[in-house]
Design a protein around this ligand. Structure first.
Ligand code: 6PG
Length: 247
């Protein structure tokens, strides 16, 4: 079951997403004593992370019981301008009282396969030993995702090897068109989440969003279509520019 809300602009979109995340954190913590969230990279989430860092929202989240992960990471050092970890740290993590041991960074400075293998172990350990695992015990309480204008999400790019990984939770993925390695969660692990929340903004995404939602299932071209939570909720929070071609 998918839900979509369309918002006037990116500020209203970010506010709706922040409200959603606060509510999800409160219900997860009330139900299981903790909240596990996977963060998206790229630029769209910046406005959301900045909002979550404000007292109005940060004060509504129990950061001591919140565990932060990433959906993907560039294979760069954590202080590199391209690092998704650095972006989240600067816009959110450094502004809130999150215990360092609750921050589960992909160590993307390692050799890609080594970094992915280590993250696989991190996820295995966490979801085997923490009662905070998603309500079906297998995945995140909430994972935040963006969508590239080519239809990728996390670092699941069209035509790449990682699309069809069924057993692992996290893998290294060579992205031919960028000529780079990435670390990414797999579609199957993303789909184990209790909630998948897509945040999509801007006119540049409008045509692709229309295709993702209304064209036939073609995951090799539109990896976003692989995101179908097994038990969880699929939520789209978009701005009017991104939604401008939706029938
Ligand atoms: C990344 C992201 C990626 C992102 C999309 C959209 O590492 O770049 O995880 O999947 O969500 O590329 O990026 P924008 O929000 O910058 O458009």
């Amino acid at each position: 079951m998918a839900e979509m809300s369309i918002h006037l602009d990116t500020d209203h979109m970010a506010r709706a997403a922040a409200d959603y995340i606060v509510t999800a954190s409160q219900s997860a913590i009330a139900a299981r004593g903790g909240f596990s969230i996977g963060l998206a990279g790229g630029s769209t989430p910046r406005v959301l992370y900045g909002l979550l860092a404000t007292d109005a929202f940060a004060s509504q989240i129990d950061w001591s019981r919140t565990h932060v992960f990433w959906g993907d990471e560039r294979c760069v050092w954590p202080d590199h301008p391209e690092s998704n970890y650095r972006m989240a740290r600067e816009t959110l993590l450094d502004q809130v009282s999150l215990p360092p041991c609750n921050i589960h960074r992909m160590r993307s400075e390692l050799e890609p396969h080594e970094a992915a293998h280590e993250y696989e172990k991190t996820l295995q350990h966490f979801f085997a030993n923490h009662s905070v695992a998603g309500e079906h015990g297998a995945g995140f309480d909430l994972i935040l995702l963006g969508m590239g204008d080519d239809g990728h999400t996390a670092s699941l790019f069209p035509g790449t090897q990682a699309l069809y990984e069924q057993d692992r939770r996290a893998v290294a993925n060579f992205v031919e068109k960028l000529g780079v390695w990435r670390i990414t969660l797999t579609a199957s692990f993303i789909n184990a989440a209790a909630t998948v929340l897509f945040l999509v903004a801007g006119a540049s995404k409008a045509e692709r969003l229309q295709q993702v939602l209304h064209d036939p299932y073609q995951p090799d071209l539109l990896p976003v279509q692989m995101v179908r939570p097994v038990h969880g909720r699929l939520v789209w929070i978009v701005d009017s520019a991104a939604a401008s071609q939706l029938s």
